[in-house]
Design a protein around this ligand. Structure first.
Ligand code: C2E
Ligand code: CA
Ligand code: CA
Length: 732
């Protein structure tokens, strides 16, 4: 475009200069041009919302055209545009040289073309303007402004299009359309002014010019107003758009947040579901899921009578010891280790669950026969017998497995699990460490359950009785005191020995009220004996205390209360705690024993030698007495291992400044030996079996009865002897 425009513009400019009638240059023309150049440079305004600029230049160019002809108008148009462009550039408008050249070129070419065609159609222009034919002049003006507009806008549109690539129609609309009005208005005003110059007096011209200026400035002010309003409207619109955008963003934010919440909700729901059916520590299925699966298999077994499955109930051996000695976190690690080994043994359709603590259960889904299951149980035992490396330590555990075979005979998941549990208890006693459930086991379990039920009534119905076994001072052979031993006077079974009901009572927690009853009863009896005979004031009453009491907080308070209420001095009461009970939870036991010690009570470790006492602990227990277990005393022969044990225990007791009571003395020989070894006290059938109250009270009348025991072959205890308990009198 530039390539065609520049030569054309140069040609036009040269032609105009050449043909311009120099003789016509007069003072008026000079005034007109200078005024115009000054005014136009400073008085152009942009029509709001368009790219159109309004200046008074068109007016002056039309005037020049009508008065001096096309050549003068062309020169004027080109010089005016050139000046305006430079001024604009100096004001900071971004305009390069080619744009300036184009603008000047377009102005020259269009003005020249307009003038040339107008001369062609209308004849010599400056003559027409002077003629009075107004309608002809108007036609000329419309033609001139129309062509000028058309050429200008085509040029400008093409030029802008080549630079911006915008839509042509949009460019024309934005940049040019409004100019039509300006051109027409300018042309008509120019016509009026020129006409006025020739026909009416100069005053009118001056007035017209003033009016034109007033009009221009009013227009300009209006345009400013319009621009301000437009700006306000634009701002408001922008604000609205920004607000809308803001709302959209907010909405999008809300939606995103809702999606996040929904996802979190879904995840937490899944987590809850998982937690409801899985064990937190091992992530294995828990009892809930296990019973659900069992229920499903039982249904399947009902429909398909050939279908069998097995339930294995597993309990770790010595887990409590690991937990107590190595700490709970090692205990937890062991459980996790076991879970991993078990999970690795499972086939796809099998399931292993952690029921609680150290109990696991397995379902073998679909089995051929019991042999399969036993084989699997042996494999499990083998895998779990290998050591676990926990916290840089090798930890060993074993497992006892109870097996129940599931089939159509079972109704409920809990039933088959219960039977596997019963078999597991049996397995604990068996050497193989596994056991398959049979009906007999159920009968035994039911019996145990009966004992448990009956025991609850026994407390309410006051069915317990105390028996008293004398403890003898082996130096003086005098009665030192008694051990109170519990019997259950069962309404149908008669006297039940403690071995049958104490373990059950310990498992059910009934041992706590039973012991408290025993302690109160013994204190009451002792109080009454002390009251009747001052000799009895030195008697010591031993009462057995179960390990279960150490989980109880108020033991010390209860003991104090009983002592207060019965009036027995605390040093007359001795509590016996088995060695295994104190070692199970040593720290807690030491703390409670210290409290009992502060009350003034005497303390004794029972069954000493059977519970693998740690010597490092022993000196920390605030005890007074060691009771050597019956098993050592009964097989104590010269030179045997047990004989050595008894000797060592007595030496140990002496080193720790403790009394010794030897339990289960049945023969004079044992008595003799113990005396030689320096045991202070003794208890056993040789002196007396545990006696009911009335016989005990009789014995109190005859407390020196054992004085001659070493020489007396007819000792009264023989009357109580059972046929299978042989007293070796030949040693006497
Ligand atoms: P223990 O505390 O070791 O009580 C001694 C047991 O040995 C008594 O059995 C007693 O009859 C028996 N015994 C004593 N001398 C001889 C003997 O020369 N030869 C033989 N073969 N046995 C002898 P008992 O009364 O059947 O009590 C058994 C166990 O029951 C007790 O052992 C004790 O652990 C527990 N027990 C008894 N009464 C109570 C009680 O009131 N509370 C608690 N927690 N346990 C009790
Ligand atoms: Ca005892
Ligand atoms: Ca004992």
């Amino acid at each position: 475009m530039l390539a065609t425009t520049i030569p054309l513009a140069i040609a036009v400019f040269a032609y105009s200069i050449y043909t311009f009638p120099v003789q016509e240059i007069d003072i008026n023309l000079m005034f007109l041009w200078i005024t115009m150049l000054i005014l136009c440079s400073f008085t152009h305004i942009q029509i709001p919302r368009t790219k159109t600029h309004v200046t008074l230049s068109d007016l002056f160019i039309f005037i020049t055209f009508l008065t001096y002809g096309g050549e003068a108008a062309t020169i004027l148009a080109m010089s005016e545009i050139l000046l305006t462009c430079f001024i604009s550039r100096r004001k900071g408008l971004n305009m390069n040289n080619s744009t300036i050249i184009m603008n000047v070129g377009i102005a020259g070419i269009t003005t020249f073309a307009t003038a040339a065609t107008a001369t062609y159609f209308f004849g010599q222009i400056n003559l027409i303007a002077k003629s009075v034919e107004i309608s002809y002049l108007l036609l000329l003006l419309l033609y001139v402004s129309g062509v000028q507009f058309l050429l200008n806008s085509i040029y400008a549109t093409l030029f802008t299009f080549s630079k911006t690539n915008k839509d042509i129609r949009q460019i024309w609309y934005e940049y040019c359309l409004n100019a039509l009005v300006i051109y027409v208005a300018s042309a008509i005003t120019a016509g009026i002014i020129v006409k006025g110059l020739h026909n009416i007096d100069p005053v009118l011209i001056s007035i017209s010019l003033v009016v034109a200026f007033i009009g221009y400035f009013t227009y300009r002010r209006n345009v400013d107003d319009v621009r301000d309003t437009a700006e306000l409207a634009e701002n408001a619109e922008r604000q609205r758009a920004e607000q809308a955008e803001h709302h959209i963003k907010e909405l999008q934010g809300h939606i995103a947040q809702q999606e996040v919440t929904e996802k979190a909700l879904r995840e937490s729901r899944e987590k809850f579901r998982h937690a409801a059916y899985h064990d937190g520590l091992t992530d294995l299925p828990n009892r809930n899921l296990f019973t659900k699966k069992l229920q499903f298999l039982l249904k399947k077994a009902k429909e398909d009578t050939g279908f069998h499955f097995a339930v294995l109930f597993l309990d770790l051996n010595r887990f409590k010891t690991v937990n107590d000695s190595l700490g709970h976190s090692t205990g937890d690690s062991l459980i996790v280790g076991v879970a991993m080994r078990l999970a690795a043994l499972m086939r796809k359709a099998d399931i292993v669950a952690r029921l609680n603590g150290d109990e696991f259960a397995i379902i073998l889904n679909g089995i051929e026969g019991v042999d399969d299951v036993i084989h699997f149980a042996e494999l499990v035992r083998e895998k779990l017998s290998l050591p676990f490396s926990l916290d840089e330590r090798q930890v060993f555990t074993g497992v006892s497995i109870g097996i129940a075979i599931g089939g159509k005979t079972y109704e409920d998941a809990e039933d088959i699990l219960r039977d596997a549990d019963i078999a597991m208890y049996q397995a604990k006693k068996s050497e193989k460490h596994y056991s398959v459930f049979d009906k007999k086991m159920h009968t035994t379990a039911v019996k145990l359950l009966e004992v448990e039920t009956d025991l609850r009534y026994a407390i309410e119905e006051d069915e317990f009785v105390a028996y008293y076994q004398p403890i003898v001072d082996l130096k003086s052979m005098n009665l030192m005191g008694f051990e109170a031993l519990m019997r259950w006077n069962h309404p149908t079974r008669g006297l039940v020995p403690p071995g049958e009901f104490i373990p059950v009572s310990e498992n059910t927690g009934l041992i706590i009220p039973m012991t408290l009853w025993m302690l109160r009863d013994s204190c009451e009896k002792l109080a009454s004996w002390r009251a009747t005979n001052s000799e009895n004031e030195s008697l010591i009453m031993s009462v057995n205390l179960s390990g279960k009491h150490f989980a109880q907080n108020d033991l010390v308070e209860q003991v104090k209360k009983i002592l207060n209420e019965t009036g027995v001095p605390p040093q007359s009461i001795k509590l016996e705690i088995t060695e295994s009970a104190v070692m199970d939870n040593a720290e807690q036991v030491i703390s409670i024993l210290n409290q009992l010690k502060r009350v003034g009570i005497k303390l004794s470790i029972d069954d000493f030698g059977t519970g693998y006492s740690s010597l490092s602990y022993l000196h920390r227990f605030p005890i007074d007495t060691l009771k050597i277990d019956r098993s050592f005393v009964s097989s104590m022969e010269n030179g045997t291992e047990n004989g050595e044990i008894v000797r060592t225990v007595i030496a140990l007791a002496k080193a720790l400044n403790l009394d010794i009571i030897a339990e289960g003395i049945e023969t004079i020989h044992q008595l003799h030996q113990l005396k030689i070894l320096g045991a202070e006290y003794g208890q056993g059938y040789l002196f007396s079996r545990p006696l009911p109250l009335d016989e005990t009270e009789k014995l109190l009348e005859d407390r020196g009865r054992w004085k001659n025991i070493m020489s007396n072959r007819n000792i009264p205890v023989l009357q109580h002897r059972k046929s299978d308990e042989i007293i070796n009198l030949g040693d006497l």
